[in-house]
Design a protein around this ligand. Sequence first.
Ligand code: GLA
Length: 381
Amino acid sequence: MTATIKQAYQQIFNDEPVLFFSPGRINIIGEHTDYNGGFVLPAAIDKGIYLAVNKRTDTTIELYAASFNESYSCTTQTVAKANKQWPNYILGVVNELQQAGYEIGGFNLVMDGDLPIGAGLSSSAAVECATIFALNDLFALNISKQKMVQLAQKAEHNFAGVLCGIMDQFASMFGKKGHAIKLDCRSLAYEYVPLQLHDAKIVLLNTSVKHTLASTAYNTRRNECAQGVQWIQEKYPAVNLLRDATIEMLDVCVKEKDSTVDNRCRFVVQEIDRLLQGCEDLKQGRLAALGKKMFATHDGLSHSYEVSCKELDFLVDAVRDNPNVIGARMMGGGFGGCTINLVKENAIEALIAWLSNSYQQATGLKLETYIVQTGDGTRRL
Ligand code: GLA
């Protein structure tokens, strides 16, 4: 990948690039908790987005996406939302830097990657983090990693239109090989937890259903959680996020008002608790207990939070009673993408063969599978 992207850059721009990489991410447990101020437990993987970039002497921004064979150009004075999505993840970052008062000049950029797009592995966050890391390096902006993560998240809000939490960008930037990151999404305090899975491995099963998070559903969930908080605040003014809420508060303030909002909030409160216990399970090597919680998370996401789809449910139900599958659940925003499975190593091959067949028969779709290797966060190569 590094050789081909370098060559592409040399051919297009007749110049030498600097190379950067930012990984995709998985999340062990703790879904839809980040924008509620809760905890998440993601890890960076060894697949991601590669950029070949360098400064220009003028103010032109020239972009080329190798996987789409498409170009886009503008200048630093004309940065605006593009009518196709991929340039927006890059231009969104430029826009946030400019809004925050950072000076950047023109640049050339070639983007490529080995991360499946729309599979719930945060390819968009990887592009944003790679871009901000590259621009910070090339233009010597001296921005901290934490600030870069926050600006990358804002780029997603303002240019991609998804009001995402901080998990994806944080995991991409701060990833560490062999570890998950227990992140407190309110304070941004974090802890690396060794991902010790003994005789198990993490297997991703990609439904091949492309999730369009931007298509309102994700933002609707955010609003439903905010509505719940507002009702709780009438009685408990100190509660600012669902992180601070309890089941009792929901019983008193939300349940009677709206059952949908109540279901959403209840899931989040339970999920934050499940994550805290699941993280202890991981630390203590209690994988069976962690696995059970992953199934419980899936059921909550499917029935209460309602962000699953029939293909994701099919894949989780198919492995639910399989003694070689320790845990499984849908992962990420939902409505498609992957399930994450904890599978005993010696059973992986047979499981994939059997599932690929039954999934195709049931849905007509091709099942893509990946055995996850964790990796380090955003970096210059
Ligand atoms: C998407 C968002 C994240 C997070 C997850 C759900 O991946 O980008 O911020 O909310 O969905 O946990």
